[in-house]
Design a binder for this molecule. Structure first.
Ligand SMILES: [Zn+2]
Length: 385
């Protein structure tokens, strides 16, 4: 198996360092080694989650169960170009399979989660997160060819938006508890949003930009705030600006008017640093920080209600940095989620009020890799619409 990578290595000269790199980051959990008897020959589906600097790998079995919840993260080094990126993904997958006593001949399908935009299926457009040289790269074709060569048999590959695949990962966990469609919102630096149908697959849209729900207008008449600017340039006060880090400096400026004696008023920190200090302050009960996140939660609740009008889901999953169990307290998360729920629920139709379930995301950094693996499985099993 490694020999094939070496052939590519000779062809490009890129890979000497990459081949020997070890995972750079590990989190809790241990490999699930319940593979006995027939499990050793069972088909598995591989998911790669690629960011500009690191990649993560996951795999699921035919029944959708996750092979391992141990987080292994590998360097991607996108700036070395497309061949180096693919070599890094293959090496990551190789190490993941070996760590879980799996073989390449078991790989029956694969999917790649990667930030868009896409020019067409599997073809990357220009993005702020990757080098301009990758604009127009048919990553779907190249990675499928590399995976097939590595596995020794044709491996079909599906490529999709990483945020949507994160939603697939989270959906796969809750749909086992109760079937139904899933709306996921994940406020972080921006507002991640995904809609996953009851079959478990994401709404991608015809130009692969469906569910850019952060850039829909916030109900400003209910919020009592001015129109905040948004990086997308739309003039209508995007929800993202009122619910995520991207608009937090503007929100802080407004809230400080009500808290003139707060230490942040006189702080020498820059606007962004002040904004980034708020999550920590809120965990200690700081009234200004709590008021700001309460406001963000209320705004997100209105947005949930708005999206529920369009999508009628069963599950509402809230993820992102405010639901991160390592950065926030259980009390804070319950408070935030409670405000989202209490704001949204009265605006649902009666049947939805009885059915809809709110839930914090719980797969953490593995959601996109697991989601990709689930997409690979569902695609191979013929669930694709
Ligand atoms: Zn916007």
């Amino acid at each position: 198996m490694r020999g094939i990578v070496k052939v590519v290595e000779k062809a490009t000269g890129f890979f000497n360092n990459l081949l020997d790199n070890q995972p750079i980051f590990r989190l809790d959990g241990a490999p699930d080694i319940r593979q006995t008897g027939s499990m050793k020959t069972a088909r598995i589906f591989l998911g790669t989650d690629s960011g500009a600097t690191t990649s993560k790998v996951a795999a699921v079995r035919e029944d959708g169960s996750v092979v391992s919840t141990r987080l292994l993260q590998y360097p991607t080094d996108a700036h070395q170009g497309s061949a180096a990126i693919i070599a890094a993904w293959l090496r990551s997958a190789d190490q993941y399979l070996a760590a879980n006593q799996l073989r390449w001949d078991q790989v029956a399908g694969a999917a790649l989660a990667i930030p868009g935009p896409f020019l067409s299926a599997g073809v990357l457009g220009l993005t702020a997160n990757l080098p301009a040289s990758l604009d127009g790269w048919d990553v779907g074709h190249d990675y499928a060819a590399a995976l097939s060569a590595k596995a020794g048999h044709p491996v079909s590959l599906t490529v999709g938006n990483d945020g949507n695949y994160g939603g697939v990962g989270e959906a796969s966990a809750v749909q086992k508890l109760a079937p139904g469609a899933v709306l996921m919102l994940a406020p972080g630096s921006g507002l991640g949003a995904a809609f996953i149908d009851s079959q478990g697959l994401p709404l991608d849209g015809d130009t692969f930009t469906a569910m850019e729900a952060g850039h829909m207008p916030a109900p400003l008449q209910l919020l009592g705030m001015p129109i905040f600017s948004c990086g997308c340039g739309r003039p209508w006060g995007c929800v993202e600006a009122y619910t995520t880090i991207s608009g937090l400096p503007q929100l802080l400026r407004e809230f400080l008017k009500q808290y003139p004696s707060h230490p942040l008023t006189a702080s020498s920190l820059g606007e962004k640093e002040k904004a980034l200090s708020l999550r920590g302050l809120a965990q200690k009960g700081d009234p200004l920080a709590l008021a700001i996140f309460d406001f963000q939660a209320k705004t997100l609740g209105y947005h949930v209600a708005s999206l529920v009008q369009a999508f009628d889901p069963t599950w509402i999953i809230i993820g992102g940095g405010l639901m991160d169990i390592e950065s926030t307290t259980p009390e804070f998360r319950e408070r935030y989620l409670g405000i989202v729920r209490d704001t949204a629920l009265p605006l649902f139709w009666p049947g939805q009020r009885a059915r809809v379930r709110f839930q914090a995301a719980n797969l953490g950094e593995l959601s996109q890799a697991i989601g990709a693996a689930q997409v690979a499985r569902l695609t191979a099993q013929g669930s694709k619409r």
